[in-house]
Write a protein that binds this ligand. Sequence first.
Ligand code: CA
Length: 223
Amino acid sequence: MKSNFKLARCLLPAVFLLVGCKKDTVPQPQAQSAPATTNPAPAPAAPAATDTTAETTAKLAGAAWALKQDEIKNDPNGQWAIQASASSTYNDAQGTAAWSANQVTGPPNVEKYADDGKAWAPKTPDSGIEWIDLKYPKPVHATEVRVRESCGSGAVIKVEVFDEQGTAHTAWAGNDPTTDLNYLIVKFPKSSYKTDRVKVTLATNVVPGWNEIDAVQLVGTDQ
Ligand SMILES: [Ca+2]
């Protein structure tokens, strides 16, 4: 039985490697004129999300890419998740099974842009909204969240951080510029509260094929 699953899983991704993971043109969702990018000029009570930016390591190549991966992995202000839950998992994977939510905990360990059981995958490739909810060891005043995408990149639509009361704050919402095996890097003004919880939401229909997340880093400081 298991090998049948594996076989199905390995054949499908072979197609998705062409159709999904290697897809160059990413259809953008409508209604993505991201509230975060509107610039309410002098409005003093502007929401924190106004100064948020989304970058990706996708623009780096060769040695620069490798150095950036290493820098992120070893960032002293960066933490890797210790607990994870998800909207769904491929094959209903539980515990530390391949493609389970727990595959997002710890540092990145997917080496190639491809379907890989060392990343989380939702139950279906293209059904729409899916999310992963992550806990970190130490509450920090957060400045960044780095989402390492490892298959079907470009489908993240929102990153939230939670304060001590459990209230969600949208750190970023918009078009995910990530392609291939790269980080989506969301930067925002340092949170006034401390957070040890991050939620990443995807619209899996945006990028056809399996959309997989390898790891998510929370960046912040004590003060
Ligand atoms: Ca992983």
